[in-house]
Design a binder for this molecule. Structure first.
Ligand SMILES: Nc1ncnc2c1ncn2[C@@H]1O[C@H](COP(=O)(O)OP(=O)(O)OP(=O)(O)O)[C@@H](O)[C@H]1O
Length: 219
């Protein structure tokens, strides 16, 4: 079990009488990037929400570190960082203040300022540290959401189309950053429509009608 961080076993998810996920089985190890591709509506986001504990599976089980995953479990809150959308913002807090809030809430203490400065630099937001969210472009809001995931401690990153609204350079930088985190032991599960992100995957699956097509090859 040591080499499995996240285990989805026979996971199904229905909404009403609509079966969106069917018997999805997937193990994710520390230091591994798994990419989900697939058509609109195939079930990628639903799978990610179940994988990070945001939604419960209707059938099957999700284990994180060998324990059943649920959103309120300390492991889910402290070890899993997500970017599922650009998120909600406090209109009166600057970019820097948002990230300090996240860093301090996750226990960075005296290291928070340095960590926030570093992540702002990496995401080319340093020049907007004092801006309010309302003054950011959509790509900069996406960068802020990514900063909030990267600035906090995490063993697993769950990312839903994190390349959205990023320009070509920012997309490639994100791919390189994911590869670097993977090399330091982070597990990454992400859905993407973009080749630059698929290129750093260890395994690629295509989601077809709520099932995983295991034909995908990694790097
Ligand atoms: N809360 C919900 N209630 C009912 N149906 C839902 C719900 N969430 C998702 N669905 C349905 O489940 C199917 C899969 O949706 P999902 O968002 O997982 O697809 P996706 O592969 O992420 O698509 P995209 O590439 O467009 O983001 C869709 O048909 C969607 O309408």
């Amino acid at each position: 079990m040591d080499d499995v961080l996240l285990r989805l076993a026979g996971v199904g998810r229905t909404y009403g009488d609509r079966e969106v996920l069917r018997s999805v089985t997937l193990d994710l190890a520390p230091g591994e990037i798994v990419v989900l591709r697939g058509d609109n509506g195939s079930g990628k986001s639903t799978l990610l929400r179940v994988a990070c504990g945001r939604e419960r599976p209707t059938t099957g089980s999700v284990l994180f570190g060998g324990e059943p995953l649920d959103e309120d479990a300390p492991a889910a809150r402290t070890r899993i960082a997500t970017v599922m959308d650009t998120g909600a913002h406090y209109p009166d807090l600057t970019v820097h203040e948002h990230l300090m809030l996240v860093a301090l809430a996750h226990g960075l203490g005296a290291g928070a300022v340095g960590a926030v400065d570093a992540v702002l630099d990496e995401h080319r937001l340093a020049g907007h540290a004092d801006a309010l969210p309302s003054a950011l472009s959509s790509g900069q809001l996406q960068a802020l959401a990514l900063c909030a995931a990267f600035v906090r401690p995490h063993d697993l990153l769950v990312l839903d189309e994190p390349e959205q609204r990023l320009d070509r350079h920012a997309r490639q930088e994100l791919a390189d950053r994911l590869a670097a985190h993977r090399d330091r032991g982070t597990a990454v599960l992400l859905a993407t429509h973009h080749d630059a992100l698929s290129a750093v995957a260890d395994r690629v699956f295509t989601v077809v009608g709520g099932t995983l097509d295991a034909t995908g090859a990694g790097r």
